[in-house]
Design a protein. Sequence first.
Length: 393
Amino acid sequence: MSWITLEKLETKPEISNQEVRQALDAASAQVIRNLGQFTDQFQKAYSENGFYAPTDNVDWTTGFWTGEIWLAYEHTGKEELKRAGEVQMKSFLSRIDEKIEVETHDLGFLYSPSCVAGYKLTGSQVGREAAIKAANELLGRFHEKGEFLQAWGPLDAPDNYRLIIDCLLNLPLLYWATEETGDPKYRTVAEKHIHTALANVIRPDFSTWHTFFFNRETGEPDHGATCQGYRDGSAWARGQAWGVYGTAVGYKYTRRAEYIPMFQGVTDYFLHHLPEDLVPFWDLEFGDGDDQPRDSSSASIAACGMLEMAKYLEPEAAAYYKGIARKLVKSLYDHYVVTDPAVTNGLVQHSTYSNHSPYNTCNHYGVDECNIWGDYFYMEALTRLSRDWNIYW
C-alpha cells in the first residue's frame, strides 16, 4: 500500500479549458438523453451493472439528479431541461408537503441542488416555497442539548443522538433561508451546528470521524465512530471530502478565520492519502497495491471544495488549490468518465456508495458503480472551472 508524494502530485497534468468545455458538452448530452426516463421519476442513488433504475422521489439522493438537470440547463440553455427541472420541483414541493421520508438532515442535499437552484436560475416560486418548507423541517432536527442537527431517524431514538460529517453540506439550505426570508433563526442553527461539528469530527491529525455521538442527558460530546468507513479510526474517503467542501462553505457563510486552517488540514490529509492516479479508494486507509474499490465521487466533492475555498484565500494559496482541483478533475476526465452511453447511463464510473467491512455496519451496494452525487459533483466541478458560477449551496 502506498500513496502519492506531494512532489509527484505537483507533476500531474491539469485539465485544460478546452477539455472542461468538452466534458460539460458530453455530460449535458448524457443528461438530455436520460430525460425521457428521468423527468417524472428520478435516478436511483447508484447504478446496477452500469445503469440507473427509475425511482420515485423517496431517497436522500434525488436532488442530485435535479441538480444535474440544472447544471446542464446552465451550460446549454435548452428549454427541455428547464421544463424537466420544473416538473421535478413540483415533486419536491409535494414531498415536503406530504412529509415523505423527511426524517433526515439530508434535506439540504435534497432541496439545495433542486429547488434553491431552480429558484436562483428561473425565479420559480414553487422552488422557493419547497426550499423554505424544507428549511423549516430541518430546523426541527436541532437539539439544544449538544447544539447539533440529528442525522437520521426519530428524534427520540436512543441510539441516534449524533451528527455525521455529511451534514456540513446540508447547512447552506439554512443560510439561504435566512438570506431569503430575513429571519435569523435558520442561520443561528446552522452556525451552532457547524461549530459543534467541526469541534468534534476533526481529529488531531486532521482525519475525520464519519459520525459523532453526544450524551442525550447532558449534550456533552461522547465518542466518534463510523458507519461507512473501513473502521472507526480510519478516514472514510467521502467523509473526508465532505470535510473539505464543508469547511469551505462554512467559511463562505461565517468568515470565521479558524476555519481556514481547518480546511487546509483536512484537505492536506486528503491529498496525502491519494493513490497514483489521484482518485481515492473508498477509505483513505487504502492506497496503491490494495485490492479495494475506488470512490471517484470523493475526488469530485473535494475538487468542488477546493475551488470554493480558493475564492477566499491569498493568491498563492488560491492558485495552489485551484491547480490541485484541476488535477483531480483531469484524472476523472481521462480515466473514469463514461464515454459510451451503451455501457452506462451515468456520468462517472468507479464510485462506491456503501462498502461492508469486518469493522463497520454498512450494507454492500453501489460498489464500483456510478452514483448520483458523484455525477452531480463532477458536473459542478466542471461548471466551476468553466465560469464564475453562482453556487447552489
